[in-house]
Design a binder for this molecule. Structure first.
Ligand SMILES: Nc1ncnc2c1ncn2[C@@H]1O[C@H](COP(=O)(O)OP(=O)(O)OP(=O)(O)O)[C@@H](O)[C@H]1O
Ligand SMILES: N[C@@H](Cc1ccc(O)cc1)C(=O)O
Length: 476
């Protein structure tokens, strides 16, 4: 895997930010020295206002809309609510989306409150940002099911932000307010405030207008829906900041402009540099090859392995952007003399822990150990077996009674995994046959019920590298 953090089309120069004099993590309070130590209120204000310098130090800040100084002052004055929207066009979010979730997490750590918005309505329209062609229309039931599954994932993830000092995160769905909005209300209350010239000038629209296929009115209107979301959240939940990838700049500023015009209130936008693949395309779901965050789409083991495969050139940026490790610890991991892949292992462990929880990481590490060539560690569970099959181990369906009723070596010959009984015996004599990683020493050993994982599966290793999975059931 080769991933780079870069900026997408439409990137604007980094707004100059004022450092606010806190440590790299933004969580340390300055040592008092000769000046008096800050009291608890000052410490909290300092932590809240450290936000932009923290995001910048982690490589998570591309642009600020509404003024960096104003945002820092607002953060110092009190906890802010910040939102990021996700269109439920797939069952799960992916590693690219994790950057935005990390920004929400840093807000939480600095004492603010994160709001994750499911695009139950916008997912039915299709965001043209960064897309060279029209998105397919999704089935309503599918969008709703996707939104529910992403909401569960995101909520669990934001609730486990380590060191969070903000109020508990909120998860909302914009279908709530769009489902009741009529066309006339929309044109009168939202459309009237939008200038067509400004809408046409957005990168997402301009590039599509210049393309052969152009842009539909539906996708052209998308920016107003996202803009109105921000207005709605500003009014109903006091949300003052919106976060998104740098491809979202046009949609985010549509919101800050609408708020300014219709409410005469302040609002800020933050964009995150996009996580790009080595070919320069966005690391997203439409482009394929996504590293999914939901365990239903990608097991914690496979997720861990995908991060372990991060290229050396990308690992420093990924450690800064996708983990909460202190920057000094990251520098130490990258210093010469570290064991091979130490940085990748730390990256994989930290990100897996955040995305899948402590339990998910434990399982991923257990499966990694169990599937290592020649492993004799016995912790083979369902995830390990699924990982073995996903990694190319053949799976054989065998008759349960026959499998439990005779020697394993006979079964291996019957399914074609061993050329002859003699070869299978020699494998046992050379201590090369293992059942769920336990060495078989008895040539007559058969399978027993307690070898079975999930009551039906067993992993058999033939020598150091070859593995297969037997599934006991009714023979095909
Ligand atoms: N590779 C990425 N790097 C940083 N942020 C990203 C990346 N991919 C998506 N995001 C951000 O995550 C948020 C939600 O994105 P969303 O799920 O709607 O689109 P997506 O996953 O990029 O989908 P698609 O590939 O269909 O465009 C947006 O703010 C988007 O900019
Ligand atoms: N347009 C965003 C998702 C989003 C939807 C609604 C919002 O209010 C905000 C963001 C995207 O496609 O990535």
């Amino acid at each position: 895997m080769h991933i780079v953090l870069g900026c997408f089309r439409g990137h604007r120069p980094l707004t100059s930010l004022r450092a606010v004099g806190v440590g790299a993590q933004g969580l340390q309070v300055r040592d008092g020295g000769s000046t008096p130590s800050p009291g608890p209120t000052d410490a909290a204000a300092e932590r809240r206002s450290s936000l932009l310098s923290v995001l910048r130090s982690r490589g998570l800040l591309a642009d600020v809309a509404g003024g960096a100084e104003g945002l820092t002052a607002a953060a110092a004055a009190g906890p802010l609510r910040v939102y990021c929207g996700f269109d439920p066009t797939a069952q799960s979010l992916h590693l690219g989306n994790l950057l935005c979730l990390m920004v929400l997490a840093w807000f939480q750590r600095c004492g603010h409150q994160a709001v994750a918005l499911m695009g139950g309505a916008t997912g039915r329209i299709g965001d043209p940002s960064g897309k060279s062609s029209e998105r397919p229309v999704l089935d309503e039931a599918e969008v709703a099911a996707n939104a529910a599954s992403i909401a569960r994932n995101v909520e669990a993830l934001l609730q486990r932000v380590p060191g969070s000092t903000g109020e508990a995160p909120l998860v909302l769905d914009n279908y709530e307010w769009w489902s009741g909005m009529g066309l006339l209300d929309f044109l009168r209350d939202v459309g009237r405030h939008a200038r067509v010239g400004t809408m046409l000038a957005k990168d997402s629209v301009r590039t599509r207008l210049e393309s052969e296929t152009g842009i539909s009115f539906t996708e052209f209107s998308y920016q107003l829906l996202q803009g109105q979301d921000f207005v709605h959240l500003r009014k109903t939940h006091g949300v003052r900041v919106q976060v998104g990838g740098s491809d979202q700049w046009g949609n985010i500023t549509a919101g800050t402009e609408l708020i300014r015009k219709t409410m005469d209130a302040d609002a800020f936008g933050l964009t995150v540099p996009l996580l790009l693949k080595s070919d320069g395309t966005k690391f997203g779901k439409s482009e394929g090859g996504a590293i999914w965050l939901s365990p239903a789409k990608l097991s914690p083991y496979a997720f861990y392995q995908a991060l372990l495969a991060t290229a050396d050139d990308d690992v420093a940026r990924m450690l800064r952007a996708l983990t909460f490790l202190p920057l000094e610890q990251i520098d130490a991991l990258l210093a010469p003399g570290q064991p091979p892949a130490a940085a990748q292992r730390a990256l994989a462990a930290e990100v897996t822990r955040f995305v899948h929880g402590e339990e998910g990481l434990r399982g991923a590490l257990a499966a990694t150990r169990a599937l290592a060539p020649g492993s004799s560690e016995g912790s083979v569970d369902l995830q390990t077996l699924e990982a073995a099959v996903a990694g190319g181990a053949p799976k054989f369906a065998v008759d349960r009674e026959a499998a439990l009723g005779g020697p394993l070596i006979d079964l291996l010959v019957r399914v074609g995994a061993q050329p002859s009984k003699g070869a299978a015996r020699r494998l046992v004599q050379g201590r090369g046959l293992r059942v769920n990683n336990k060495v078989v020493t008895d040539e007559g050993r058969g399978l027993a019920a307690d070898d079975l994982v999930d009551g039906r599966l067993v992993m058999v290793s033939l020598g150091k590298k070859k593995k297969l999975v037997l599934e006991l059931g009714v023979a095909p």
